[in-house]
Write a protein that binds this ligand. Sequence first.
Ligand SMILES: [Zn+2]
Length: 369
Amino acid sequence: MDVTLEQLSGWDKEQLIYIDTRGAVAYHHGHIDNAVLLDDICIANNSYSLDYSKKYIVYCSYGEKSRDIVISLRKMGYDVYNLKGGYREWLQKNVIDLDRNEQIRYDRQMILPEIGTYGQLKLKKAKVLIVGAGGLGAPASMYLAGAGIGQIGLMDADFVSLTNLQRQIVFNETMIHKNKAKTTKEVLEKMNSRIVIKAYDEFLTPFNAEKVVSEYDFIIDAADNFETKFLINDICVLLKKPFCHAGILKFQGQVMTWVPGNSPCYRCIFEEIPEKSSIPNCSEAGIVGAMAGIIGSIQALEAIKYFSGAGELLTGRMFVLDGLSMNSRIVEFPNKNVHCRVCGKNADIRSVMENKTEYAMNLCRIEEV
Ligand SMILES: [Zn+2]
């Protein structure tokens, strides 16, 4: 009943029809060439529109579950075989755009029906910019490099300090006083030499924002200050670049993703940069490293979902986690804010350069550097 790919190579291809039993989502993300979906040929319960003169090769992910279908189709008199090793085996032998190293490296996520080969190839072509190589940027960049994002940009002018090691897990004691973006690049290159990593040892400012952001397909807001968060929002909305916002403080974390279209942006919700004294930052209020790890990892997950098409993004929805109680909730923001200054009806922010004084903290920091 089982047939291997080697045996099949000697069979008449004209007579063979593959049947994919893994379901529509998995099929959509990649299948054996010309395979038909089992659901599509099922007319009614246990009744299939098949041809008695053809040979059918039935497969699932690993070649085990599909055996039951082979047995029932054989009982109906069809000439049916089970593909040994399933789709996974076929994938490893037939994916030419991913070499052997990449097929092994990404195997555990490619076998997921929501990612598959097509999803992996999309990750390989993807370019993600991470603004801020700190508490959020460390886990986000490590998981994205591991997942095989084709190009990762890291932007940070800061230097590693002893106080960073409590949460910025990409760094170690030998890296103190080194630039964060360049150091993260060195670490990630050792993890995955198959991808391109670019380090920008500067802060995101109205002067460089358009040039850098326009090079990427998805932006991760891993910044630690409101001025940069508003700047990321405004430049991404203006350039129609999807981005994932996150914020962390003490034991709290929040994540929201914006994609061009009808979902509200960060400014729709928070409107204006808060006064410096009104909201404490990490160094004043404190932060638990593990919270940065959780929230930065969710940002990486949002980017992977965006490119692979898997699941639902946090668009128009803010995920909020309280690490003390472990209560989480999703706050829905179904509509844009009509008064939003960057995406509302009478938006007055048309360029980040025109609006540059609002992101002034970064201008000061540049002068210091
Ligand atoms: Zn808006």
